[in-house]
Design a protein around this ligand. Structure first.
Ligand code: PMP
Length: 376
């Protein structure tokens, strides 16, 4: 099997993620903050160590503001629904995933918020800021955008957008589903107020856990309420972070796996991982272009994702042919309908190759041979 679907979830998982998750289940899988015994205390300590690791890794320097969630989508819902108030206006990029678009749509229906998208394709950082500026209204409260697209290799200039938002008093919320582990992230220098991160993609962890990292300026209402292990007499969630936002039992096994995955990514280095993805991208693009008869969408931005089609063939059919040859890809719209529109793919979408930490150029050679055998 050749796995080119790392944007959906990375595979294989880091051996360190597997080892840490296994050690957790065998030795310290208590319930943190819910037990008058050493196992619960040991679990609390391990979970806190993971908050510290994440806080350093993401340039937050506030472990208590690392909130564990079940995935990126949940983290984005918490940030958007917790921060936006009736009548607010929001700006988001044209490349957003449904994890941002659907909560914004729900808020539009339920809370009367409005939102506009700003174009980013083919634009410099300065031009993107101009696009944002022309769309700002009196009631604009936040800019929400992804760091890296899930359907092409474009990444957004977060430092510039962050500085822009800070200067205008706008909240800056970032979807790092496709960048954490692939591109360096520093919440402090990028001036990010809320950052949503998955454990199971570029950080090589296991599914079941995500992170909402909160900067010091943002204040959120809670999305869900429940047991927190502290102040049980109160009818409301505690004020303290992270307990305020972590109702119910934490996914400690996935948190342990995430710790292992991050330490693996740190050893490999985000810059080296970024360069490795670019090498695979260039190799795949060159070979697909040389075959002829294929269209590549946004071929200029190099990185972990390459979107393409066989001209005249539905994307699902191309993905099926690759699947038969043992090559895992994803076809269709990838939960990013506006982004597909912006890239002008056909209504049936396109096939996505997404590279991960363990892919090799030999695997790109196999892809090329399969395409050559099937179509030339
Ligand atoms: N945002 C983007 C850009 C994504 O690619 C994804 C995953 N496809 C998500 C959000 C949602 O991530 P999760 O599955 O962890 O909720």
């Amino acid at each position: 099997m050749i796995y080119f679907d790392n944007a959906a979830t990375s595979f294989p998982k880091s051996p360190r993620a597997i080892a840490e998750a296994t050690v957790c289940m065998r030795t310290w899988c208590g319930n943190p903050g819910r037990g008058a015994h050493f196992l619960s205390r040991a679990t609390s300590e391990k979970v806190y160590a993971c908050r510290e690791l994440l806080s350093d890794f993401l340039g937050l320097n506030a472990p208590e503001r690392i909130v564990f969630t079940q995935n990126t989508t949940f983290a984005l819902n918490m940030a958007l629904k917790g921060a936006l108030r009736h009548g607010d206006h929001v700006l988001c990029s044209e490349l957003e995933h449904n994890a941002v678009l659907r909560p914004l749509h729900a808020l539009q229906q339920e809370r009367g918020i409005s939102f506009d998208t700003f174009p980013v394709l083919g634009r410099t950082a300065e031009q993107i800021l101009q696009e944002i500026t022309t769309r700002i209204k009196k009631n604009t409260a936040a800019v929400v955008c992804l760091h890296a697209s899930n359907i092409c290799s474009l990444s957004l200039p977060l430092s510039s957008i962050g500085a822009f938002c800070r200067a205008r008093g706008l909240l800056f919320m970032v979807d790092a589903a496709q960048s954490a582990g692939h591109l360096p992230i520093d919440m402090h220098t990028m001036q990010i107020d809320a950052l949503a991160v998955p454990a199971h993609k570029g950080l090589l962890g296991i599914p079941g856990c995500g992170v909402l990292a909160l900067g010091e300026r943002i204040s959120l209402s809670t999305l869900i309420e429940g047991g927190s292990g502290v102040n049980s007499l109160s009818r409301t969630m505690p004020e303290e972070f992270p307990e305020r936002f972590e109702a119910g039992t934490l996914p400690v096994v996935a948190i342990a796996g995430l710790c292992g995955g991050i330490s693996h990514v740190m050893e490999l280095g985000s810059t080296e991982l970024e360069n490795r993805a670019k090498r695979l991208f260039f190799a795949a693009r060159e070979r697909i272009e040389a075959l002829g008869g294929f269209e590549i969408y946004e071929p200029t931005a190099a990185g972990a994702v390459l979107l393409f089609n066989k001209i005249g063939m539905p994307s699902t059919e191309l993905a099926r042919i690759l699947d038969k040859a043992g090559i895992c890809t994803r076809a269709g719209l990838h939960c990013a309908p506006l982004a597909h529109q912006a890239l002008k793919t056909p209504t049936g979408g396109a096939v996505r190759l997404s590279f991960g930490a363990f892919n090799t150029s030999a695997e790109v050679d196999v892809l090329w041979r399969v395409l050559q055998h099937e179509f030339c």
